[in-house]
Design a protein around this ligand. Structure first.
Ligand SMILES: [Fe+2]
Ligand SMILES: [Fe+2]
Length: 169
């Protein structure tokens, strides 16, 4: 717990910690959604998509680490029980019941868009009021935007590939 860390924050710390815990739970779910998807994936380009999923999974875990560090600095407690991850998160976990690549890409694209909105919100909450949380949220936002773009690109490439195959036939 950082005494000065809390004193310099010009926003409601309790409300901020609650928001950071929502994001923290969402990051764990995003990590698992990507990681499990990478194990189960079927369909075209699965080797490259698996690599991308594992890379994203590691970044989501890194985001969870940054959020945890900041929650502790602000005197909060990170979600203690994994049972509460889905209850706390507002971007919900989507089980990869259909592991076809296009389906997994779509599920993760929805998750990324939700994450982008989450960090946009945290940036708005902290802008000019809590520089450190703002800096962290801005850094995560940048990565979530990249994730959204990469997943969208894979979707487009696979669709284009399938269309080309049809032409060859
Ligand atoms: Fe993330
Ligand atoms: Fe992400």
């Amino acid at each position: 717990m950082g005494e000065m860390a809390q004193k310099i924050v010009k926003t409601d710390t309790k409300e901020l910690v609650e928001m950071l815990n929502i994001a923290f739970a969402e990051e764990w779910l995003a990590y698992y959604q990507y990681w499990l998807g990478a194990q189960l994936i079927t369909g075209p380009m699965r080797t490259s998509v698996t690599e991308e999923f594992l890379e994203h999974a590691n970044e989501e875990l890194k985001h969870a680490q940054w959020l945890c560090d900041r929650i502790l600095q602000l005197g909060g407690t990170p979600v203690l029980d994994p049972e509460n991850w889905n209850k706390t998160a507002q971007c919900k976990y989507d089980a990869p019941e259909n592991p076809y690549v296009m389906n997994l890409l779509e599920q993760n694209l929805i998750a990324e868009r939700c994450a982008v909105a989450r960090y946009q919100k945290i940036c708005e909450m902290t802008f000019g009021k809590d520089f450190e949380t703002f800096r962290m949220a801005e850094k995560i936002l940048k990565e979530e935007l990249e994730h959204e773009q990469e997943i969208g690109d894979f979707k487009e490439d696979i669709i284009a590939g399938i269309k080309n195959q049809d032409k060859i036939k």
